[in-house]
Design a protein around this ligand. Structure first.
Ligand code: FE2
Length: 260
């Protein structure tokens, strides 16, 4: 994949517009200042260092972030339609977390995370167009992102902190403490982390498909068709209670269900 200079430029404008549309003051101005301070670095950086991962090309980071924001807004509608309690988070928190979930990838104030790979063998054989900048002290992506925000005086809510921290879901073992708790008290009190994780997963998967599936096209079975009967309109019309009653033998149970 390759983005044109115009696409990179337009993505940057979209990123600024996203901040203006969804983030309220004072964070709107603070984020715009922050992003403009690192504009050149963020605008041109990849989303990952290796071709096999996702969006490992110039401009890939912003392209990924915009897709995650889009996916998060769309998935949020689905979650609401399916009955999520959306009073536990705000749309601003949703967009703020999606927008900054990978912020730690930009590096620190002086050093960028990904620098062009100089080892031609690793480039050719391992697809590593970039490599990690060894001048940078190690930190996980969420930790570094949250650190950068607080370094620039940009406050984040508790919901946003947990969501950024756990955006990799259970792909990051460290998130087990939040996502695999056995007692209800220890589980997140909002579904926001799950929505943003799904959005990130969806965006990365789509980026993988766009980059890699065309290369595997010949392996796709051409005439493969599942022999699944379609649901007829008559089946749809039978009320669930009637269908359930039809299968029950016990008279007592039938009476109980009739009274429901
Ligand atoms: Fe991501």
């Amino acid at each position: 994949m390759k983005l044109t200079a115009e696409e990179i430029q337009n993505n940057w404008i979209d990123l600024e517009e996203t901040i203006k549309s969804y983030i309220s003051e004072p964070r709107r101005s603070q984020l715009l200042d922050f992003y403009s301070q690192y504009a050149e670095r963020i605008m041109m950086m990849p989303a990952s260092y290796k071709k096999e991962y996702h969006n490992a090309f110039p401009g890939g980071y912003v392209d990924h972030i915009l897709r995650v924001v889009d996916c998060a807004l769309k998935l949020n509608d689905v979650w609401i339609e399916m009955g999520v309690d959306n009073s536990t988070y705000t749309k601003e928190e949703l967009v703020f977390a999606a927008l900054n979930h990978d912020l730690g990838k930009i590096g620190d104030e002086e050093h960028e995370s990904y620098v062009p790979q100089t080892d031609q063998w690793r480039k050719d054989k391992l697809g590593e167009d970039y490599t990690f900048n060894t001048k940078l002290a190690f930190a996980s992506v969420p930790d570094r992102g949250l650190y950068l925000l607080q370094q620039h005086g940009i406050k984040y809510s508790f919901n946003e902190m947990i969501t950024i921290q756990t955006h990799d879901g259970l792909y990051d073992e460290g998130n087990k403490k939040y996502l695999m708790a056995w007692t209800p008290e220890q589980r997140p009190r909002t579904s926001l982390p799950f929505i943003v994780h799904q959005a990130d997963l969806m965006a990365s998967r789509i980026e993988f498909e766009r980059e890699w599936l065309p290369k595997f096209k010949t392996n796709t079975p051409k005439n493969f068709k599942l022999d699944t009967p379609s649901i007829t309109s008559t089946e749809k019309k039978i009320p669930i209670k009637t269908k359930a009653l039809g299968n029950i033998q016990s008279e007592n149970l039938k009476n109980m269900l009739k009274n429901l």
